[in-house]
Design a protein around this ligand. Sequence first.
Ligand code: HEM
Length: 419
Amino acid sequence: MSNTNKIPREEGIDHSLSLIREGYRYISNRRQSFHSDIFETRLLGKKAICMGGKEAAEVFYDTEKFQRKDAAPNRVVQTLFGKNGVQALDGEAHKHRKEMFMSIMSPDGIKSLIDITKKQWEMAVDKWIRMDEVILYEEAQEIMCRTACQWAGIPVQEEKVRELTKDLGAMFESPAAIGPNHWLGRNARNRVEKWMGELIDEVRNGNMNISTNTILYRFAQYRDLEGNLLDTKTAAVEVINILRPIVAIAIFINFIALSLHHFPEEKGKLKFKDEEYAQIFIQEVRRFYPFFPFVTALVKKDFTWNNYKFEEGTLTLLDLYGTNHDPKIWDNPDVFNPDRFTRWEGSPFSFIPQGGGDYFMGHRCAGEWVTLEVMKVSLDYLVHRIEYEIPDQDLSFIMVDMPSIPHSKIVIKSIKRTL
Ligand code: HEM
C-alpha cells in the first residue's frame, strides 16, 4: 500500500478554456471547491498541478524541487519573456545573471530612478494642464517608458517614444490574448528586440558614446559564468526585461487612481498622514488588485510534499492572486484595508504580487523595490500635487482579462496643479 495521498483531481481532458474563462479566480475557485490548497488538472494538453497559499509558495520556491527551464508556455515566451532570459535559467547560471539584475537595484540606482520618475511626472503634468482630458493608463505608460529609457541609458528619438511605449505595453498586454491582440505582442517583441540588438552591437563596437555606468552598457558587457558575452539577442532580451516591466507599473498607477476614487476616505487619510501610510496603502493596492495571476515551474525530480507525490517534469502553477486573497492568511481578504499592513509580519511567501522567496537565490521579481518607489512617487502626484476630476465612464475591470485594466483606462479631466 502506498503511504502517499492522492492529489484531488479535476476530471476531464483539458481545462485550458476554464482557465481562460475564470481568469484570476481559476485556481482559487478549485482550491475552495476541493477544500485543498493543491489539485491536479490538465492544461495545454498536459497534466498540471495547481497550488496556492503560504506553504505551497514555500515549496514552489525551493530550487531543489522546481526548475524554470521549459516551464513557461510558448505564447508567454514569445511576448512577455523573450527567449533565454533570466526567467528560464536555473542553478548557478540563474544566480549569476540575477546578481547582474540586482546590482542595478542599488540604493544609488534607485535614487536616480526616483529623480527621473519625478522629472517625467512634472513634464507630463505641464502637458496635461493644457489638455481637456487625458487617458491616465496611456499617459502613465508614456511617463514610465521615458523614465525607463533614461534610467537605462537608452537613446530614443522623441518621435519614436509613442511607438516604443505601445510596443512595450503590447508585450505584457498580449500573453493571454487571443488572435490579433496576441500577435500585436509578438510583433512588438520582434521589433523591439531587433532595435535593442542593434544598440547592443553599437555599444560593443564602440560606436556609441555611452557611460559605462548605464544599464545598456552593463548588459552589453555582462559576461556569463564561462566568461562569455551574451549573444546579442539574449542581451537585448535582458535590457527589455528592465524596460517592459517599468512600463507595466502603469497598471498599478491606474489601480492607485481607481482606489483613490472608490475609497475617498483613504484619499483623505493620505492627505494628512505620513509616508508610512503611503507605504502601506501601496502594499494594499498590490495585494488587492489583480496583476499576475500565477507563475509556472516544472518539477525538477520526484519528491513528496505533505504526502503528495510530485513527478519529475510535471507543470506546476503557483496561485499569486489567490494567495494574496487567501482567507487563511488575510482577514476579510476582499476588503480594501491598508491598515492590515501595519501589523503584517512580512513573510516572503504570503504576500506575493511579484513572486515570493529570495531575490538573489530564486525568481522573485528583480524590480519589486523599483515598483514600490515608482508607485510612491505616482501616489504623491495623484494625492498631493494635482487635482483632477473623473467624469462618468466605465471604470469596471473584469477578473478574466489578464492583465486586467479598468475598461475606460481611467479618463481624468480639469487637471490643475495643487496650490
Ligand atoms: C509592474 C509591476 C510588476 C509586477 C506585478 C511584477 C511581477 C513579477 C512576477 C510575478 C515575477 C515572477 C516571479 C517568479 O517567477 O517567481 C517577476 C519577475 C521578474 N521581474 Fe517583475 N514585476 C513588476 C515590475 C518589475 C520591474 C519594474 C522590473 C525591473 C525593473 C522587473 C523585473 C523582473 C525580472 C528581471 C524578473 C525575473 C526574475 C527571475 O526570474 O529571477 N519587474 N516580476
